[in-house]
Design a protein around this ligand. Structure first.
Ligand code: UGA
Length: 442
């Protein structure tokens, strides 16, 4: 009966658990679609800030959606139990950080499953939104069944999110596909109702397959990046140009243009951790995913290769001043998690270099990562960063770095050397100004 009512609804009482990148974006976007959404997080400070409309991270357009829907259809709370009782659909969007062995830490998910079990007061659809290893849905179902104190029905589903940081709102409303992993017609119908306003194809499958699609997607994208980074090295060795290789490769529709930008490698909280988790779960299932181990190795090697190229030019790195432009793992975000800049700066610091760093958004996060004892100084603008430096290293392709006054920069620097870790700047223009230019495969 309860299920029948839910099947015929358009707008739902949705609970989103976790106010991280996936959770907060999902909550704000569902509210924008007209649902009544409560987003909970056990970090009380975060909820306190959200209730004052202070967002925990930078994501373009997110503030606009939160402000627009706040206290109309979007609410923030730290009390999970009460809100479970009022919810019809529960999206789990909590973190699944990597453990030392590479596996995903599912402690939070298990804990939430037990709390849902003891607060199950009506039929609910429980949806995994976080990236989780295959079989997590099965475990959530077993856990709720084990701990619930009544005969009430519930469904578990998997609905992986494919949004990119920095473009998350756009991606939410313009998905390439929507993946729904379900076990019952009721769960399928409810999720299809939620996604009815979208034009994207909906892939309906079982839970295991939906979970696997997410890991397979991220691993494939990371593979494309490592592939082109390996090609960039061959280009350096034989005098070819990786940008042209990538352009021509991408024109083949079977390959596609995206994710073929060579550079200092991928970072962020998704690819590195998801690859580790996928390698781990594959091994557990009986398959040695050697291809992904190599993808990971190439990614690590690329950062050191970049530092080596700079070392070749500067000879001794000790006491050399290095300007770092761009700290976040990619533009349009202040996220520093697994950013290539961390390892690259680390390599310079261990050689005794002095770092002057600038990023339009990520300095606050970077300050939490590097210790006060490190020889790293944060600049207020790019020109301040490059002053008296021996090398300018570009590590994140923020659009504003493209239009810097490089003639002025040349005058400010000690040595006119630019190492472009994203093959982003105009090499010929810089060489004309008089810069020595290092790229990756260009
Ligand atoms: C990635 C996926 O793209 C999303 O589809 C997915 O939902 C998300 O992970 C997730 O699992 O939550 P994200 O980590 O936000 O999104 O960032 P991407 O835009 O994919 O970039 C990842 C890294 O790859 C960045 O460090 C970027 O600089 C690097 N990259 C990307 C390259 O080095 N070359 C490229 O050609 C593309």
């Amino acid at each position: 009966m309860e299920q029948e009512i839910l099947i015929n609804k358009k707008n739902y009482n949705i609970l989103v658990i976790g106010a991280g990148h996936v959770g907060l974006v999902t909550a704000a976007c569902f509210a924008e679609l007209g649902h009544n959404v409560i987003c909970v997080d056990n970090d009380r400070q975060k909820i306190k800030h959200l209730n004052k409309l202070k967002l925990p991270f930078y994501e373009p357009q997110l503030d606009r959606l939160v402000i627009k829907n706040f206290k109309k259809r979007l609410f923030f709370s730290s009390s999970l139990e009460k809100n479970i009782k009022e919810a019809e659909i529960i999206f789990i969007a909590v973190g699944t950080p990597p453990l030392p062995d590479g596996s995903a830490d599912l402690t939070s998910i298990e804990n939430i499953a037990t709390i849902i079990a003891s607060n199950l007061n009506s039929y609910k659809l429980i949806v995994e939104k976080s990236t989780v290893p295959v079989h997590t849905g099965k475990k959530i179902k077993e856990t709720i069944t084990k701990y619930k104190k009544n005969d009430l029905a519930f469904d578990v589903a998997s609905n992986p999110e494919f949004l990119r940081e920095g473009k998350a709102i756009y991606d939410f409303f313009n998905p390439d596909r929507i993946v729904i992993g379900v076990e019952t017609k009721c769960a399928e119908k409810i999720l299809k109702n939620i996604y009815a306003p979208f034009k994207a194809p909906i892939v309906v499958t079982n839970i295991n397959t939906a979970e696997l699609i997410k890991h397979a997607s991220n691993s494939f994208l990371a593979t494309k990046i490592s592939f082109i980074n390996a090609i960039s090295k061959i280009c350096d060795l034989c005098g070819a140009n990786v940008k042209k290789v990538a352009d021509a490769l991408g024109l083949d529709k079977r390959i596609g243009k995206s994710f073929l930008d060579a550079g200092v490698g991928y970072g962020g909280f998704c690819f590195p951790k998801d690859l580790e988790a996928f390698i781990y779960i594959s091994k557990k299932l009986g398959y040695d995913f050697a291809l992904l181990k190599e993808v990971k190795r190439i990614n690590e090697e690329q950062k050191l290769y970049f530092v080596e190229k700079i070392k070749e030019k500067l000879w001794v790195l000790k006491n050399k001043k290095i300007a770092i432009l761009g700290l976040s793992f990619k533009p349009q975000t202040d996220d520093m998690r697994f950013a290539p800049s961390i390892d690259i700066i680390g390599a310079f610091l261990s050689e005794g270099s002095i770092i002057k760093a600038y990023d339009p958004k990520a300095i606050g996060q970077a300050k939490k990562i590097f210790s006060k004892k490190d020889n790293i100084y944060f600049a207020t603008n790019p020109y301040d960063a490059v002053k008296n430096c021996d090398c300018l290293c570009l590590l994140t392709e923020w659009e504003e770095f493209k239009n810097l006054d490089f003639k002025k920069i040349k005058k400010l620097m000690n040595t006119a050397l630019i190492a472009d870790g994203r093959n982003f700047l105009d090499k010929e223009k810089l060489q004309k100004i008089g810069f020595d230019y290092i790229g990756l495969g260009v």
